[in-house]
Design a protein around this ligand. Structure first.
Ligand SMILES: *Cc1c(COP(=O)(O)O)cnc(C)c1O
Length: 392
């Protein structure tokens, strides 16, 4: 089926169990799908926009209230919705980083943080994660000292991912933020894999900024996300325009510079709002997700030679495994080579693992049912057994 003469209909989520790490938490709820249809037109949220004419003041639909609720949900004083976590990074980077400024990231930081730094002219310094692939407070302190020695001043900002995208490991953000704060370095807590997935309270954690991704973790359409700040920082990041037209003398009220005035004007925001009650509920059931993930990993680890590269036991569903000594041994002799594994999975209706991967790969069973998780666990073992691998 096609959308008229346009693109094919996408039915991947309907016809398969999708384990794609970046797609799991962004699948729309049925309510978000309704919102998508109802608010698909361009500036659809602007019907009742009245003075002072800014997105976060719109009362109908309840966008103003949603901002308050969202701030409460992530434990910050002020929030704005942004077109993706990366646009949140960008707003903060452009506010605090000047050309040549040192900025702290980690060896597991997401590329969008690097790009935000690059655009602002900053210089990234990576805190090296330990052998356990976790960033330690000591490593943060040492890196800051090293930056001070080399650059003669503090890093201006610290981008810190609570759960990293590579291993899905939890980093001790509270402790790491404490260290940064002893040097007066503001910290951006990157919750791309946490906000909307587990309960997050920025105030408790001590973050100056909290960023979340709507389309990665809040069951919202892309591009969407949230940027929260403390009241101490909100006037800086959310500063209003001071510019003036030289001929007309026009000024632009309370439009915020980093937000380019208004951000999510339609389907993205309303989709996020429609999913929000479900998201608030689902963060309370993280234990179910973890137990599904545990079952699937248990099955993988029962295949002789398979190793887990993520921290273990798992605390997040996003997991990286190494099957060099199991599925890759099969790939070497199989007529389909490395594609035997993902094509066997596909035959069983399981997708989302990088095609042709048989060595190091990631998956994320977030959001699937218990029965689906059992089926996935069984399927991995079946593929192993069918190809002569030992299972315990
Ligand atoms: C996916 C991801 C991002 C980017 O999120 P967007 O909402 O797509 O901009 C940033 N950081 C981490 C750790 C991520 O996993």
């Amino acid at each position: 089926m096609k959308c008229g003469m346009g693109p094919e209909v996408r039915d991947l989520e309907e016809v398969s169990i999708n384990l794609d790490p970046i797609q799991a938490g962004g699948r729309l709820t049925a309510d978000a799908m309704k919102a998508v249809i109802a608010y698909g037109d361009g500036y659809s949220v602007c019907d009742h926009c009245v003075r002072p004419n800014r997105l976060d003041y719109i009362k109908k639909p309840g966008i103003e209230q949603f901002h308050k609720d969202l701030a409460g949900f992530i434990g910050m004083d002020q929030v704005r919705v942004v077109p993706g976590a990366r646009r949140g990074f960008q707003a903060v980077a452009r506010t605090y980083i000047c050309k040549g400024d040192p900025v702290l990231v980690t060896s597991l930081s997401h590329y969008t943080e690097f790009l935000a730094i690059e655009e602002s002219g900053g210089i990234p310094f990576e805190v090296q994660a330990g052998e356990d692939r976790i960033v330690s407070a000591d490593a943060v302190a040492e890196t800051i000292e090293e930056v001070i020695r080399r650059e003669g001043r503090n890093p201006q900002l610290f981008f810190l991912d609570h759960v990293d995208y590579q291993f899905g490991n939890f980093h001790p953000v509270r402790d790491l933020i404490k260290v940064a704060h002893t040097y007066d370095i503001p910290v951006l807590y990157n919750g791309a894999y946490t906000v909307g997935i587990i309960p997050v309270n920025g105030r408790d954690i001590g973050a100056d900024f909290v960023v979340g991704s709507g389309h990665k973790s809040m069951a919202a359409p892309a591009p969407s996300g949230v940027l929260g700040t403390t009241s101490e920082r909100s006037d800086e990041v959310f500063r209003t325009t001071k510019v003036r037209g030289d001929r007309t003398g026009r000024t632009f009220g309370i439009k915020e510079v980093e937000m380019m005035g208004c951000t999510l004007m339609g389907v993205t925001l309303i989709g996020m709002m429609a999913s929000f009650p479900h998201v608030k509920e689902r963060v309370r059931h993280w234990d179910r997700e973890l137990s599904n993930a545990e079952m699937i990993l248990g099955s993988l680890l029962s295949i002789e030679g398979t190793e887990v590269l993520s921290e273990y036991p798992r605390r997040h569903t996003l997991t990286r495994v190494d099957t060099t000594k199991s599925f890759d041994v099969v790939a070497k002799k199989h007529k389909k080579k490395g594609f035997f594994f993902t094509s066997s999975l596909k035959e069983k209706g399981i997708t989302g693992i990088i095609q042709g991967a048989t060595r190091v790969w990631k998956y994320n069973p977030y959001g699937i049912t218990r029965e689906q998780a059992q089926y996935v666990a069984l399927s991995f073992r079946e593929i192993a057994q069918e190809n002569g691998l030992n299972t315990i």
